[in-house]
Every structure is written in structure tokens, then in C-alpha cells.
Write a protein that binds this ligand. Structure first.
Ligand code: PEP
Ligand code: MN
Length: 363
């Protein structure tokens, strides 16, 4: 159920409707839009008595949402969601050596570029890569601290030490940090140290983890499960949103098919399909989506041409020595080339690749 407020409804009227929904034993989700606020109702098993709601002051109409996902749906929120990040560093503080960067966003006209190694392996490795991706214009740095590895004997990540290294990267280079939370314990730490909580493909249906992430107030980057349908993907986003965290970013990273020329089959057709039914921003990860360095650039270009809000790419300065995903990691020079290409493709599809403000080098 969805309560659409009149364009001129006051904050008091919106609050009164929310209070009424709580009194009925349900949960209100006020979602402000450009024209008007809509209030999603969750927690109801059947129909909510609309008569009562329609008579409240400021209410335009009450609509039944037929889709299984509600808060993630365009029925509830027509405008695209833009997840915003404030400026980093403090230019007013002369004593600060922090890298100053303007605010950035995921969604909206500017493309979001997330780049970095699969895993944080050492301070030196992380900084070497971060400096080069920042120079090329990435706004977000990725690096695994807690790794979901197929083998329990494979490198599992540096944990908290990696989170601290990435936090230093944010301070020094102004890059926002995206990193994966594997479980409830690492979720608390990732929420404390990072800017975006990544929930990986293998955890896309870890419903208790999704709900816990929904209780936090930090953007969640949700990767598509290895064999998830679009509806299952959106239902996973709905789990996060149902708990009150509306800042969910979807990420297509390839699915399992019979095709064996690539690690996964990158399903770019899900980009327009998702945009049709959902207001959430969507990134594409051509690294996990193909598993092959030589496929990353072509598929990144295709992702932007297909209308994605940005890409997430694994970059390593010595991929042959990488502790995870070396074969799909591009060299920094290839990443810079990709940025140059995406900058040219972006305007063709009405987008812009803002390379960000040059990093302050007073370190
Ligand atoms: C990753 O981004 O490093 C990762 C493990 O991705 P996925 O969950 O998509 O496999
Ligand atoms: Mn990886």
C-alpha cells in the first residue's frame, strides 16, 4: 500500500499520516520525491483499510502496490534515487593535509567509478593502486578486507588492518571507500570505517545480514547473486529498505550460465530492465562479470552505453602477484584508458564523467 501526499502537504501532515500508520500496527516509509512525498506501508499481510487513510489531511490518494518489491519499485518512487556523499577533506583547515574532493553521487547525471584491488594485501599495495586510480579520476576506492573465498585455504583478507589502510586512503586521497561485509561481525566494522557497505553475490540472500544492513544508516552496494533473477535481486534490496535504509545501490556482476568462455555471463540486459521497474541506481562490475582482463574494458564501455550509473573495476599494479582475482584485474594504465573511453561515451547517453578535483598532494 502506498499513500501519495498532495504536493502542498506540510511536514506535520506527513508526520500525522506516519503516526496513523504506526497506530494501525504497520511501518511507514516516507519517500520524498521532487513533486510530492509518498509513504510506503510495510508490515501488512493483507489490505490496509484505505478509507481511514484517504480521509487524513494532506492525502491525495491511497494506491495498492501489486509488485512483490514495494520500496524498491518505481510505483512507490518515480524519480531515480541518487545516493550522495559529502565533500571530503577540509580546505578551510590549513593544517590539514587531507585530499580535498567535492561531493560525489551514485545515480544522477555523473557516472560513478569504483576502482581498486580485489583484496587489500598491504599498505604499500593499496596506496600504490589508490594513487593511480585517483589520478585517473575514480571517485571511489574498492578493496576487500573480508574475502568470501571458495577455498578456506585461500587468502581471507587482512580484516580490520585493511579497513584502517582504506580509511587512511580516504583521508589522504579523498576517495570514498567501498568494501564488503561478510557477516554480522564484519558488518559493524565495515559500517564504522567505510563509506559504502558492499554485500557480495554469495550473501545476496543472507536475509539476516540484509536486515541488519537495513538498520544502519550507510549506503549499501548490493551485488546480484550468482543465479538470482531480477525479482530475487530486487527482493534482496527490499530487505534492506524494509528496515529503513533506502540508500541501496544495485550491482550487476554476472551470473552462472552454460557459457564457459568467461567466469560469469555479464547480464547487461538487466540494466534497462531494472531501470524500468526500480528507481535504485545500478552499477556494473565487468571484472567479476567476465573474469578476464581483456574483456573488462569492452564490457565497461558496453555497461555505460547500456545506461548503467557507473562501473566497479578491479585494478592491480602487479596482477600476477595478486592474492585474489589477478587474472581479471586490469593494470592502472588500462584503467586510465578506460576512463578516457568512458568520458567519450558518457555524453552520447546523456551522462558525464566528472573526473573529480585533482588530489591535493600536500602529504
Ligand atoms: C568482490 O567484489 O570482490 C566480490 C567478491 O564480488 P562478488 O560478490 O560479486 O563475487
Ligand atoms: Mn574480486
Amino acid at each position: 500500500m502506498l499513500v501519495v501526499m498532495k504536493a502542498q502537504a506540510t511536514p506535520e501532515e506527513i508526520q500525522a499520516v506516519c503516526d496513523h500508520i504506526v497506530q494501525l500496527g504497520f511501518r511507514p516509509h516516507p519517500l520524498p520525491g521532487a513533486q510530492r512525498t509518498a509513504i510506503g506501508i510495510t508490515g501488512n499481510q493483507g489490505e490496509v483499510d484505505r478509507g481511514n487513510l484517504e480521509s487524513l489531511s494532506g492525502v491525495a490518494e491511497v494506491i495498492r502496490v501489486s509488485k512483490a518489491y514495494k520500496l524498491a519499485s518505481r510505483d512507490v518512487k518515480e524519480e531515480d534515487t541518487v545516493v550522495r556523499f559529502g565533500a571530503t577533506g577540509n580546505p578551510a583547515d590549513g593544517s590539514s593535509s587531507a585530499g580535498w574532493r567535492n561531493g560525489v553521487a551514485i545515480g544522477g547525471r555523473d557516472l560513478a567509478i569504483v576502482a581498486g584491488p580485489c583484496s587489500i594485501e598491504s599498505r604499500e599495495q593499496a596506496f600504490a593502486i589508490a594513487e593511480q586510480v585517483a589520478q585517473a579520476g575514480a571517485q571511489f576506492f574498492r578493496g576487500g578486507a573480508y574475502k568470501p573465498r571458495t577455498s578456506p585455504y585461500a587468502f581471507q583478507g587482512l580484516g580490520l588492518e585493511a579497513l584502517k589502510i582504506m580509511s587512511e586512503i580516504r583521508e589522504r586521497l579523498g576517495l570514498r571507500i567501498v568494501t564488503e561485509a561478510l557477516d554480522s561481525e564484519s558488518l559493524d566494522l565495515v559500517a564504522e570505517w567505510a563509506d559504502v557497505i558492499q554485500i557480495g553475490a554469495r550473501n545476496m540472500q543472507n536475509f539476516s545480514l540484509l536486515k541488519k544492513a537495513g538498520r544502519l544508516r550507510k549506503p549499501v552496494l548490493l551485488k546480484r547473486g550468482l543465479s538470482a533473477t531480477m525479482e530475487e535481486f530486487l527482493m534482496a534490496a527490499e530487505y534492506v529498505m524494509s528496515e529503513g535504509n533506502y540508500e541501496v545501490i544495485l550491482c550487476e556482476r554476472g551470473v552462472r550460465t552454460f557459457a564457459d568462455h568467461a567466469r560469469n555471463t555479464l547480464d547487461l540486459s538487466i540494466v534497462p530492465a531494472l531501470q524500468h521497474v526500480s528507481h535504485l541506481p545500478i552499477l556494473v562490475d565487468p571484472s567479476h562479470g567476465t573474469g578476464r582482463r581483456d574483456s573488462v574494458l569492452p564490457m565497461a564501455r558496453a555497461a555505460i552505453a547500456a545506461g548503467a550509473d557507473g562501473v566497479m573495476v578491479e585494478v592491480h599494479d602487479h596482477p600476477e602477484r595478486a592474492l585474489s582475482d589477478g587474472p581479471q584485474s586490469v593494470y592502472p594504465a588500462q584503467f586510465a584508458e578506460m576512463m578516457h573511453e568512458l568520458e567519450q561515451i558518457a555524453p552520447v547517453v546523456g551522462r558525464n564523467l566528472a573526473r573529480g578535483v585533482a588530489v591535493d598532494s600536500r602529504q
